[in-house]
Ligand binder design. Sequence first.
Ligand code: AMP
Length: 224
Amino acid sequence: MNILFFGPNGSGKGTQGAIIKDEYNISHIESGAIFRENISKGTELGAKAKEYIDRGDLVPDEITIPMILDRLKKDDCKNGWLLDGFPRNKNQAIKLDESLKEASLALDIVVEIILDREIAKNRIMGRRLCVNDNNHPNNIYIDAIKPDGDKCRVCGGDLKTRDDDQDEAAINKRHDIYYDTNEGTIASSYYFKDLSSKEGSIKYITLDGGPGVKEVTAELVSKL
Ligand code: AMP
């Protein structure tokens, strides 16, 4: 099963993606997490990506596209994958589509999570990352997933924030890119929506990201 996840930053893509990954035993590939891992390991890729990430800009396509297309060729993707955070613009969507066709790989499902921009912004600012697993949901502004004091509610690990999550200008820029209907992320989700109406094999699902984590998961599972 090969799945694409779209949704504005803060809509719960990562949280839902982690649940679906376990349900279907597929790889969860998060472009942002790959960049952050490279930054913390001090790699050349991380050094190149950092300045863009800190500003809320997209890392250039020459870096991002090969990084993800190569990642999809790894053994752990043979049983399927869930892409979260890629494609992020129309060019990435086209390149992904071409690459899948070249490799005779089918895209099965596209999920688009819909969430009001202001609500998404609050969620981003309240988000806390567990040092043991960044998919452990912790958010100081959401009752259902409030951390346990200053520790992770799932494993008790230490929590940290992402620099780009505490910078309102960077958040606004990330959302501007997301909602750009010509070249941005929404344009790339519409690229696949269009493909889904032409090629019956792709299922396009929209989800209301407003309710709590469990409710959104239940709606998602019922639609998959
Ligand atoms: P995220 O964790 O998805 O919020 O991504 C964090 C940051 O990584 C983004 O604000 C971008 O700077 C960068 N990034 C993640 N995915 C992509 C992508 N597909 N294309 C370009 N930059 C990306």
